[in-house]
Design a protein around this ligand. Structure first.
Ligand code: NDP
Ligand code: MG
Length: 388
């Protein structure tokens, strides 16, 4: 029986993880659930899965959480610092990090320091401070199991291959809702259009990241740290059907790919159940229904975020952290109609050029870079002359 803490249980990954856990009551139990502000769903989940403790980050909702769970024997906490503190609970076996953005970094570091294995969905943690996170994991003999479908694919392809050198990996990208469109067609697109992903249903931030291709950029950096790769060993290819989830090429030229219908429950279940493959009733892939699996080069001229992420990955230091912070602010602004779609890449690039570069940041320097980048991007967004 694995006892699981789900950080971000009310989100897209969190709710699907609870579906996986519900289908395998003999394998998993829930130890901790956390949300940012969705107190109603958190109460509902807590009553159903009976965790030891729950946390709501937004402390204005703490009273509502307490009163909703007053007849249940569940510890109730408020504030992000409580999540960090709970990571020392000795009844947690595995922590699923399914929060969004930089907010996942502190609890992930705390979980690793407390020797908890990680099922990692929160890719921004590795983008921001991949060097610190992977070094700490190695020191504490902690495993990081990828949840992101592409990285789960690579992890699955590497089973039994750990001592065979990788020549390269190829991350597949659906291309998002605007695949094939040129810059001139994207100037006036709305958030409703950008939130319609062709193949996946996900939280708002990652859905916009998928539309700009920043998601694939973040995933390149995530892969670099998870699989200890050089930037030159990581490629991206657009595969609109999202059936092949990624590919590993070995030094003999042989390629292994992992495939299946696009359903995040599969990589979530693989990460939670590792090293075992558990039974599932997820719909099965049928070749005859997909007579064509196609592949094309990503259009980096239109989707500039991919190139920005490659620059950040190659340069390293605090640049990926700065890029991530700028992206979080820019996406949030786009989602409240304060920034145009094409301006997202513009303000990220401008921020990356303005924050002082640091080649070997420690955690404090990462926090400072994140704060500086957020401030600069916010100012750029406020200025009306930020137009393409
Ligand atoms: P959602 O927006 O659907 O859910 C995010 C969860 O984190 C919610 O529980 C939310 O609480 C909580 N949360 C949000 N912000 C904060 C914060 N500042 N502090 C504490 N908790 C917070 O996101 P997704 O589930 O889509 O994504 C989660 C992570 O997984 C992201 O890093 C994403 O990139 C990654 N991922 C997601 C995939 C997907 O299919 N969705 C696929 C691959 C990776 P509340 O509900 O109260 O707002
Ligand atoms: Mg992915």
């Amino acid at each position: 029986m694995k006892r699981i803490a789900i950080l971000g249980s009310t989100g897209s990954i969190g709710t699907q993880a609870l579906e996986v856990i519900e289908a395998h009551p003999d394998q998993f139990s829930v130890e901790v659930l956390t949300a940012n502000s969705n107190v109603d769903l958190l109460i509902e989940q807590a009553k159903k899965f009976k965790p030891n403790a729950v946390v709501i980050c937004d402390t204005t909702k703490l009273a509502a959480l307490k009163s909703g769970l007053e007849s249940d024997n569940i510890k109730v906490f408020g504030g992000a610092a409580s999540i960090v503190q709970l990571m020392s609970m000795d009844t947690i076996d595995l922590v699923l990090t399914a929060m969004v953005g930089f907010s996942g970094l502190a609890p992930t570091l705390a979980a690793i320091e407390n020797k908890k294995n990680i099922a990692l969905a929160n890719k921004e943690t590795l983008v921001v401070a991949g060097d610190l996170v992977t070094k700490l994991a190695l020191e504490n003999k902690v495993s990081i199991y990828p949840v992101d479908s592409e990285h789960s694919a690579i992890f699955q392809c590497l089973a039994g291959e750990m001592h065979n050198p990788i020549e390269k990996i190829i991350l597949t990208a659906s291309g998002g809702p605007f695949r094939g469109k040129k810059k001139s067609e994207l100037a006036n697109i709305t958030k409703a259009q950008a939130l319609k992903h062709p193949n996946w249903t996900m939280g708002a931030k990652i859905t916009i990241d998928s539309a700009t291709l920043m998601n694939k950029g973040l995933e390149m950096i995530e892969a670099k740290w998870l699989f200890d790769l050089q930037a030159s060993e990581i490629e991206v290819i657009v595969h609109p059907q999202s059936i092949i989830h990624s590919i590993v090429q070995f030094q003999d030229g042989s390629m292994k790919a992992q495939m299946g219908l696009p359903d995040m429950k599969l990589p979530i279940q693989y990460a939670l159940g590792y090293p075992n493959r558990l039974v599932s009733d997820f719909p099965r892939f049928d070749f005859t229904k997909f007579p064509q699996l196609t592949f094309e080069t990503a259009d980096e001229e239109t989707f500039r975020c991919l190139g920005l992420a490659r620059w950040a990955m190659e340069k390293g230091g605090n640049l990926p952290c700065v890029m991530n912070a700028a992206n979080e602010i820019a996406v949030a602004a786009f989602l409240r109609d304060a920034l145009g779609f094409l301006q997202i890449a513009e303000v990220i690039e401008a921020t990356m050029n303005q924050v002082a570069f640091e080649s070997q940041p420690d955690i404090k320097a990462y926090q400072e870079s994140d704060a500086a980048a957020r401030q600069i991007t916010s100012q750029l967004i406020q200025k009306s002359d930020v137009k393409i």
